[in-house]
Ligand binder design. Sequence first.
Ligand SMILES: [Zn+2]
Length: 340
Amino acid sequence: MKKTVSLILAALLLMCSVGVAFAADAGETYDSFGAYERVFIIGIDGLGATFDMVDSPNFDRIFADNAYRYDAHTEYVTVSAQNWGSILTGVDYTTHGLTNDCCEDNERTSADENNTIFYYARQAFPDAQLVSFNNWDAINHGIIENDLGVKKINRGTDPLVVDAILKYINNEKNDPKLMFVQLDSVDHAAHTYGGFSQQYYDAAAKADVWLGEIYDAIEARGFMENSLFILVADHGETTDGHGGQTKEESSAVLAVAGHSVNATVLGENVQNRDVSAIALYALGVEKPAHFISVVPEELFGESREKTVEPNPMKRATKLFRKFLYLFVRMVNLLVGIFDK
Ligand SMILES: [Zn+2]
């Protein structure tokens, strides 16, 4: 009898310990798969690593307590369609085969290979609002499938695109599951004046203002409590635009904000196309097996309250780097003048 009681007690003790162990385990690992109701992807064409030199108070306040990297890798070919294609389809540019010309000329449907994240979002959420705002309408025309019921809004200038976005978000009837935006004036400034021109930096600073306006509208709707907000670029710029393999062209800004996003600088292997994997993961949509884009391991952690004010030390460091950069450029300029 004594032996039976001991055995029962031992068994109970074992069951309790296993239960406690499982509970502790569940508490420690926070899984962000499906932890978000919405994903907003703000794409800024041509916003490369030199954005780090631009005074960008909105970027700083939105992403300071979140995850970012100024020089995420782009596709090997630093052209817009190749990169927006990969950002939206999760495969590399040779696999999706999209080019600027073919996106402008050909409409894409869900019957085509290498579907975009809009296709997978539509499969998972048949009635959800999916929306895409373009300045360069080749993305809406030739990358995002035309038979998914994605609301596509094309405007020929960035102020008009931003206007349309704000109107859409401010309308209480609208609650998008997945929203994509492409703004173009930063890239345009690089093509016209060069990627190291004052006009380029001014355009990037203006894009930061729009980023803040879009974020604030989303926040004002109460959406940021359970939305993921992503900023991504297709490529950077050099003196005469992009398309080559210089460090400047091959680096693009990538930043992610959300309640379970860690305050971290993303690892040096992160790619701009990882946005596709991140977006599906956040929405709780299984990543298709053929995707090569990945969710960076360091991206998600515990769900927590976010601070909106940027860390003053980070800001001071950034201002100092900007000062150094301008100083070096000035010295180079003076050396150039005295050499003549
Ligand atoms: Zn581009």
